[in-house]
Design a protein around this ligand. Structure first.
Ligand code: SF4
Length: 400
């Protein structure tokens, strides 16, 4: 194991959701401000691994990364949703970013590191297009398949003034788009101030051109929240978590809404904007899911016409209600159903895209690959455009 930490170099590996990414970005920024050197993964003395346990696969990836990092002799810190806290490869398990910062400061003192000012400037200026901002963490619900509340605890929200100040700061840094993220941002509640009021405040007090929301919970969509969508700075795309298009499955999942309520939300929003884009998550092969229930999900997917679906085969999460349920399905059935739903999702995505072809859209360009610039439309469709000009971080109206 490496024991010398002069000019200690810190890398990050983040598994899982946008909230994890936002927390890593926050940590990276704070460490850079304190003079720590942050380096690409693989070039480090210390690696901060942000774990995910949302599915069995995510947990396995977390374990593999921890082992891979340790094999090269790196000091390993983990944080986030870590399923197995007894892995011998981990040097330090942190509960949150503050604990990591304190721990690194102690390591710094111990090994007499000097802050590396050269890298500070370089890293701070590296990316200026879209920033993720954490507004909330934790969850007060108890979906039958989900272990997140056991890792993240109950919902707690970041004060609205703090969020607005962060956005103002990012504006100065020339960011054009902000994504508000959390475990369940619909549970945002800062002394009674809810998500829709937070959005109104952000729109009023900042000039950020584009605002997006992370995953949304159908059981907490209010008419006030829907009304905010009339403001064009709020992008016409929601990731509205579905999980199943079968009412009986949703009930077993303890999701607290049915397909009728879900459809109603879509209907109300598409009245404001018929081309509003919806993406979602679906779990396939939840315990007891029958052919009929799976077919109901497929029919519902067709009805809504999602732009994109993240499809997860159900996997047992420890200490969840679903773990104890009867009729767990064989992997073979889950794999077949994933394939059927993936094909269907591709079709609904293609149908949606066809509707956008020929329309003019403001694209926020992010990167150039070969001679083509790539960016996102307000509906969160990735668009390519040939240009010799530098379009990085520019919003340009083009015909799709
Ligand atoms: S809403 Fe359900 S799925 Fe989402 S974090 Fe809470 S318990 Fe988990």
């Amino acid at each position: 194991m490496k024991t010398v930490f002069h000019n200690m170099k810190i890398s990050f590996y983040t598994i899982g959701c946008k909230l994890n990414q936002a927390e890593t970005e926050e940590l990276k920024k704070t460490l850079q401000q304190q003079g720590f050197s942050t380096v690409p993964f693989g070039k480090e003395d210390v690696c901060v691994i942000r774990a995910c346990a949302v599915t069995c696969n995510a947990s396995q990836t977390t374990r593999e990364i921890i082992r891979q990092v340790k094999r090269r002799g790196t000091y390993t810190i983990t944080v986030g949703c870590l399923e197995n806290k007894n892995l011998p490869e981990i040097n330090f398990i942190a509960k949150n970013n503050n604990e990591i910062i304190q721990h690194l400061q102690q390591l710094n003192k111990k090994y007499l590191c000097k802050p590396n000012k050269t890298l500070v400037t370089k890293n701070t200026l590296s990316k200026k297009t879209r920033a993720l901002i954490k507004i909330q963490t934790g969850c007060n619900f108890n979906c039958a398949y989900c272990a997140i509340p056991s890792f993240r605890g109950r919902s707690s929200s970041i004060p609205n003034d703090e969020i607005i100040n962060k956005i103002k700061e990012l504006e100065k840094g020339k960011y054009k788009e902000i994504v508000l993220t959390g475990v369940n941002i619909c549970q945002y509640n800062n002394n009674g101030l809810k998500l829709h009021t937070l959005l109104k405040k952000i729109l009023l007090k900042t000039n950020i051109p584009r605002l997006r929301l992370g995953s949304l919970d159908p059981r907490l969509i209010s008419d006030q929240l829907i009304k905010t969508l009339k403001n064009e700075r709020l992008m016409p795309h929601w990731h509205l978590s579905l999980q199943s298009g079968s009412d009986s499955t949703l009930k077993r999942m303890n999701r607290g809404y049915n397909t009728k309520q879900y459809s109603k939300i879509i209907e109300k929003i598409r009245k404001i904007n018929p081309l509003f884009s919806f993406t979602t998550d679906i779990i396939v092969g939840f315990p007891g899911e029958t052919d009929k229930e799976f077919n109901e999900t497929c029919a519902f997917v067709k009805k809504i016409g999602f732009t994109k679906i993240h499809i997860f085969p159900y996997s047992i999460r420890p200490n969840t209600l679903a773990e104890t349920m009867k009729n767990h399905l064989q992997d073979k059935i889950k794999t077949e159903r994933v394939k059927i739903l993936t094909d269907l999702a591709q079709k609904t995505a293609d149908e949606y895209r066809k509707k956008i072809i020929g329309l003019k859209r403001p694209i926020l360009f992010e990167q150039k690959i070969a001679n083509r610039w790539y960016g996102y439309s307000p509906e969160y469709l990735r668009v390519g455009y040939c240009s010799v000009k530098n379009l990085k971080n520019q919003i340009k109206i083009i015909k799709i």
